[in-house]
Ligand binder design. Structure first.
Ligand code: DX5
Ligand code: ZN
Length: 218
């Protein structure tokens, strides 16, 4: 399985969104990571459907939507219609997670589950075989630009073992505080999709920063 870089559009320049989307299109990046926040599940509001619709009009790569919202079942079909390829919900936001995952797949998308930093990997034991992606949050969700939580490495190896035990081909995505300093160690631990927001978009040359990350992760 190749290792992927997913720039997080949360850190883009919203006044020049089309320019930043084209930059990602023309870079070595693999996915667009799109953060949807509702101000309830997390203490921040990002952007909603009209903005995702505009992004999808220009994006030429996989659209990876990370829902940080309560009761995400309400919007599964909406995100499918908007062009999401991967739809990730939070474990902590889903009472009937199995049903939610089946609904995401039935709508034609790959299904992901994100875990907050305090949520143990073990809670996924009975759902791992149904998942396409597990997103381990390496910061508390809600904001870009936070510091990477070191306990993440341990969780990546635990998840890698769980995936191998289940003989699943689920991908391990890391979200929050990813930089060129921790990228290699995350891949070594078993991750294969790295989300990077601030590190890419706040750099002097985002295209080169993406290429550098891609060279590190292989
Ligand atoms: C945080 C979001 C992340 C965020 C990552 O809640 O889920 O995707 O954009 O940003 P950085 O890479 O700046 O930590
Ligand atoms: Zn995210």
């Amino acid at each position: 399985m190749s290792n992927l870089i997913a720039p997080s559009i949360l850190a883009a320049d919203f006044a020049n969104l089309q320019r930043d989307i084209e930059m990602v299109n023309n870079s070595e990046a693999d996915w667009f990571h799109i953060d949807i926040m509702d101000g309830v599940f997390v203490p921040n509001i990002s952007f909603g459907m009209p903005v995702l619709k505009a992004i999808a009009t220009h994006a030429k790569k996989t659209i990876d939507v990370h829902l940080m919202i309560v009761d995400p079942d309400r919007y599964i079909q909406t995100f499918a219609d908007l062009g999401a390829d991967v739809l990730t919900v939070h474990y902590e936001a889903c009472t009937h997670l199995h049903r939610t995952i089946q609904a995401i797949k039935a709508a034609g998308m790959k299904a992901g589950v994100a875990l907050n930093p305090h949520t143990p990997i073990a809670v996924l034991e009975d759902i791992i075989a149904d998942l396409d992606v597990v997103c381990i949050m390496s910061v508390n969700p809600g904001f870009g630009g936070q510091s990477f939580i070191e306990n993440t490495y341990k969780k990546v190896s635990q998840l890698k073992h769980l995936i191998e035990f289940a003989k699943s081909d689920c991908q391990i995505e890391i979200d929050g505080g990813v930089t060129s300093k921790n990228a290699n160690a995350l891949i070594e631990a078993g991750a294969n999709v790295l989300v990077a927001g601030s590190f890419v978009f706040k750099s002097d040359d985002p295209t080169t920063t993406i290429a550098d990350l891609k060279a590190i992760v292989g």
